[in-house]
Design a protein around this ligand. Structure first.
Ligand code: KG4
Ligand code: ZN
Length: 337
């Protein structure tokens, strides 16, 4: 079995996965969303302190598994340095005490493997990763070969939902709040600009759209002046612009990539409105769409454990004395993850 730990942002999570069968034997996640809600976003130092409490709380109940563990896995990048270190400290201590190998996991690759929890992996695969930190399209040729085809120039999808919710004084995380409000909204009331609509660039950009929403809220008299209908209409119009942006750029890639399988992963992949738009696009291009179960779209240790099985089988381990948070180099399109 592999014990895996995730602490890259505001979720403290540990999982135990059976290496041979890929069965998820245990999974628990303690979310800090409520603790960060009053700040409208994640406060790194607070997140780190909360991981220091939550991770041992989860681990406490897992001692019976210790004799059966063959490896410990942990997210080491990308993420918040101070929160990653909490998971890393626990993982390397366990690996040294139990004298078992340590596996480092890239969080983005972990999200991709959320598709394969308790399943065999499918490759080649095109993946849209939409999370709080990233908006990317990745060509997954194999476990070793994952190439970035398009990435965000500024804010990510999840982040822009969070910021728009914050602008309307609606709490955190913004994604589910905006999606719910949008259901009762008129998506054509505000003609927010679709980012990079006339640009040949294969990239994502959401800061201009975010500013357009800010200006509209000001025109309506500020967040205090918004009626529930205004909030719904803003949410729906904003969500529509994001959808059109994602679909337009994805379409360009679909035209050039023959790969049949396509997947959406990451926290914002829980968004049903975006999922629906991609179902249509996949039908048009005769692609098969894959999604992770809803509970594994957002950050979790089950996906880290699933990825770690592949590393374990390939004997890709890291010395506990050498593991560190990864250097977060900004990847450009064409780079390998
Ligand atoms: O993958 P994730 O849990 O964390 C990162 O790796 O960043 O993603 C969290 C993000 C948040 O920004 C949250 O607002 C967004 O995912 N999110 C959504 C939805 N549910 C969560 N965004 C849009 N629609 C949703 N239904
Ligand atoms: Zn994530």
């Amino acid at each position: 079995m592999i014990l895996s730990i995730e602490s890259s942002c505001d979720d403290s999570s540990i999982a135990i996965t059976d290496i041979a069968t890929k069965e998820l034997l245990f999974h628990q996640k303690i979310s800090q969303e409520a603790d960060h809600a009053t700040y409208g976003g994640v406060v790194p130092e607070l997140a780190s302190r909360l991981h220091a409490i939550a991770l041992p709380q989860i681990l406490e109940g897992l001692k019976e598994y210790f004799p059966k563990l063959k490896a410990v896995a942990v997210t080491n990048q990308p993420g918040l340095g101070v929160t990653l270190l909490e998971g890393i400290a626990m993982a390397k201590t366990l690996a040294m005490l139990l004298e078992i190998p340590l596996i480092e996991v890239n969080h983005l690759k972990g999200h991709i493997y959320s598709l394969f929890i308790e399943k065999e992996a499918i490759t080649p695969l095109l993946v849209l990763l939409i999370s709080g930190g990233h908006t990317q399209i990745i060509k997954v040729e194999s476990f070793e070969k994952m190439q970035l085809l398009a990435t965000s120039m500024d804010d990510s999808v999840g982040e822009s939902f969070d910021k728009v919710a914050k602008m309307m004084g609606l709490g955190y995380p913004g994604g589910p709040i905006i999606e719910n409000l949008a259901r009762d909204g008129d998506e054509d009331r505000f003609a927010f600009p679709v980012p990079l609509r006339n640009s040949p660039l294969l990239a994502f950009s959401l800061s201009g759209l975010k500013n357009a929403v800010r200006v509209e809220i000001e025109k309506l008299g500020g967040k205090e002046a918004l009626s529930q209908q205004d909030q719904s209409d803003i949410s729906a119009s904003f969500q529509k612009a994001i959808k059109l942006h994602l679909i337009q750029k994805s379409k360009k890639i679909f035209k050039n990539e023959a790969i049949k399988d396509f997947a959406i992963v990451g926290g914002a992949s829980a968004n049903l409105y975006i999922r629906k738009a991609y179902e249509k696009l996949c039908n048009e291009f005769d692609k098969t769409m894959h999604l992770a179960p809803l509970q594994y779209c957002s950050d979790n240790a089950a996906m880290i454990g699933r990825y770690a099985i592949e590393s374990y089988e390939k004997k890709i381990f890291i010395d506990p004395a050498k593991i560190d948070i990864g250097v977060t180099k900004k990847l450009q399109s064409g780079d390998y993850l």
